[in-house]
Ligand binder design. Structure first.
Ligand SMILES: [Zn+2]
Ligand SMILES: [Zn+2]
Length: 331
């Protein structure tokens, strides 16, 4: 849980389900850059339990729960949604003021057990590894971003920054049928992972800028998905877009990017922010994972127990070759 200076492991009472909730025994929870960001910037509150990329097994059901059984393997959509407010109707459940988000504004998955509203559960088939439930959330983020980019067959896309989200975006672009997927990153381990999950070309941005790549005969991009949180890159990324192309910001950054407004207007470019996902996108992500249409399991580079999680969150500040770390409470 969070403390004033970071995170620590602590004993807390097991959650009890409300009438419409189940308790999930967490099988695995992905460590996310947004957790690292929140801890680093002091955006957490004392006692908060982070972790929003998880799944597991239903071990208890509330009195009004129907259709879910003890022993059922599930992926957990962390985003609460009332379904009726303006934000929910716009497809932005992350912003719903009426329903908390697990691991963000309600206790999450860096724990043995988590209480989850039944409408946020998606069943997993018995035959897939339980751990795979943790892979749906970052893929749902990627599906939403690729949906905003509006690309498909015949198009070329650049994924700038190949951390967990960038790698999921590479996979989502492949499932969207995009012709050419170019990844760009600094860490050798992550660049190798980008190639392994479907990027056609991977640039080492310490050696080749995307501007140089295009100048050397590379194709202009129909979409750029900015997953690195480097505000300085935005002008260059707009430069390598084809007229009418889209730049989608997916990474979290509290810095300010300079935006050349003349290019936006004169070349008809679009620049937008991709905020989380909706429940249908989460269900689509689960389906892609469990049917093996995306190789999400290959991204996992390390598993830690709960005791190793605070240290792993610190190490992820400088990820180097770390690709994706899972907390496995049973370890
Ligand atoms: Zn995340
Ligand atoms: Zn709402």
């Amino acid at each position: 849980m969070c403390t004033s200076s970071g995170t620590e492991v602590a004993e807390v009472p097991d959650p009890a389900p409300r009438a419409d909730e189940v308790v999930v025994e967490v099988s695995a929870c992905g460590l996310c850059g947004s957790d690292v960001h929140a801890v680093e910037r002091g955006l957490t509150t004392e006692g908060q339990i982070l972790g929003h990329e998880f799944g597991g097994t239903v071990v208890e059901t509330g009195s009004a729960v129907t259709g879910w059984r003890v022993g059922q393997p599930v992926a957990v959509d962390p985003l609460g949604s009332c379904g009726g407010c303006a934000e929910c109707r716009r497809g932005l459940p992350f912003r719903c003021p009426a329903a908390p988000n697990l691991g963000i504004t309600a206790p999450g998955g860096y724990a043995r057990f988590a209480a989850v509203p039944q409408r946020q559960l998606v069943p997993l088939p018995d035959e897939v590894p339980l751990e795979w439930g943790a892979h749906a959330e970052p893929l749902a983020v990627a599906l939403h971003a690729v949906g905003m980019a509006g690309v498909g067959p015949g198009d070329a896309a650049l994924v700038f920054g190949v951390g967990t989200i960038g790698l999921n975006v590479v996979m989502a672009l492949r499932t969207a049928g995009v012709d050419l997927v170019v990844g760009a990153g600094r860490s050798p381990g992550r660049r190798a992972a980008a190639r392994a999950v479907g990027a056609d070309v991977v640039l080492d941005t310490r050696e080749t800028s995307v501007r140089d790549h295009v100048a050397a005969g590379g194709r202009l991009f129909d979409a750029v998905l900015e997953c690195s949180a480097s505000p300085g890159a935005v002008p260059e990324l707009l430069e390598v877009l084809a007229p009418g192309g889209s730049c989608v910001e997916v990474a979290l950054s509290d810095e300010v990017a300079p935006v050349p407004l003349d290019a936006l207007v004169a070349r008809g470019l679009r620049l937008g922010g991709s905020c989380a996902f909706d429940h249908a996108e989460f269900e689509a992500a689960v389906s892609l994972v469990v049917t093996g249409r995306v190789p999400a399991q290959h991204l996992v580079s390390e598993r830690v127990g709960l005791a190793g999680t605070p240290d792993a969150l610190v190490r992820l500040r400088r990820p180097g070759d770390l690709v994706r770390v899972l907390t496995v409470p049973g370890l």
